[in-house]
Design a protein around this ligand. Structure first.
Ligand code: 8GT
Length: 323
């Protein structure tokens, strides 16, 4: 039986995503350790008196022999997880400036893996959101309103060509399913030639498992009536959230990311005051899923979002304006 008198102390763990030429350095945890035998990102406990960045530089050197400039470290995500026998706060940072050739200095096998080859079940349970955060871009592009007539679809395809976002959420609530599907076919071709993944927006019946369709993004009114993930695990599931309770529900659906906002007032929703960066930070830090800041933001706000525990920014204007 668990000893309930024992204080439950959270262990602060510094975790390093070391990137080189599209691959990430992965180690296998020794069998005798906690979560032994599973794959992991290099890292370890933050010692008393150390900053997380100092712990990362030290752990990376001790475990792999690589030398990392402290200033090259960028925040990825922070994840609290209760393993039952141990509570951890995984404080995850990335660098692409590690110098040297890595070796498993503690006898652990290491290898460079492409993020698309990571398999959830080969990592400790707490790593699922980390894997999502590593694969997701810093900027999530959303399409502006698409009228049934007019040139808005043409404008969208030209913006795709010009800005080449990694992921586009095709939002067109004003179109019925049939028209939406028609639009999807055309935009999919533009996305493929621009190298962008296309995420369907709306109810689950809008989603089709076609090559090039990268996922489904649920508006909150659709997410709230679901109690299970509506798409397979190989594609993205995103949810638009506005409160901590909504994020918690998105997590139970198995969402891979959420958007949270509006952070600042936007021209499209002038009546909504915006939750502000402080509330964004509080909710993003408690989330167990990558969180994009949404609403009234520009590309220069990406560091503001990531420093506050977010994945980056999502929106329309920051990427598809004509200038
Ligand atoms: N390094 C690392 N630890 C992880 C990951 N995912 C994850 O749940 N953890 C957990 O975070 C904790 C890290 O502790 P550790 O044992 O590696 O740290 P350490 O080397 O300083 O500890 P030690 O002194 O007990 O050997 C473990 O409970 C481990 O299961 C990951 O990707 N990398």
């Amino acid at each position: 039986m668990a000893d309930v008198t024992k204080a439950r102390k959270e262990v602060h763990v510094a975790v390093a995503v070391i990137e080189r030429q599209g691959r990430v350095l992965i180690a296998r945890r020794p069998d005798h350790t906690h979560q032994g035998g599973l794959l992991e990102f290099p890292g370890g406990k933050v010692e008393a008196g150390e900053t997380v960045q100092q712990a990362l530089v030290r752990e990376i050197a001790e475990e792999t022999g690589l030398s990392v400039p402290e200033a090259s470290l960028e925040p990825v995500i922070g994840i609290r997880h209760d393993y039952g026998d141990k509570q951890v706060f995984l404080d995850v940072w990335r660098t692409s400036e590690a110098e040297g050739e890595p070796e498993g200095r503690e006898g652990q096998p290491i290898e460079w893996l492409r993020p698309e080859d990571f398999r959830d079940e080969e990592f400790p349970a707490a790593n699922r959101p980390i894997i999502r955060a590593v694969r997701l871009p810093r900027q999530l592009a959303i399409s502006g309103s698409i009228e049934a007539n007019g040139d808005s679809a043409g404008k969208l395809c030209r913006a795709l060509e010009r800005k080449r976002p990694d992921l586009l959420v095709l939002r067109a609530p004003e179109l019925d399913v049939q028209r939406y599907r028609k639009l999807l076919g055309g935009v999919l071709l533009s996305c493929q030639s621009a190298g962008a993944g296309l995420i369907v927006h709306g109810a689950p019946d809008r989603f089709e498992a076609l090559p090039g369709i990268a996922g489904l993004h649920l508006p909150w009114r659709q997410a709230r009536v679901l109690d299970a993930r509506p798409v397979p695990s190989g594609v993205w599931l995103g949810v638009s959230c506005h409160t901590a309770e909504e994020i918690a529900h998105a997590e139970t659906l198995g969402a891979d990311y959420v958007t949270l906002g509006p952070v600042l007032p936007t021209p499209s929703h002038p009546e909504a005051p915006g939750i502000g960066w402080l509330a964004f930070e509080e909710m993003a830090q408690r989330a167990r899923v990558p969180v994009y800041a949404l609403g009234g933001l520009s590309a220069s706000d990406v560091p503001k979002a990531t420093e506050r525990g977010g994945q980056g920014i999502a929106g329309i204007r920051f990427w598809c304006s004509e200038d």
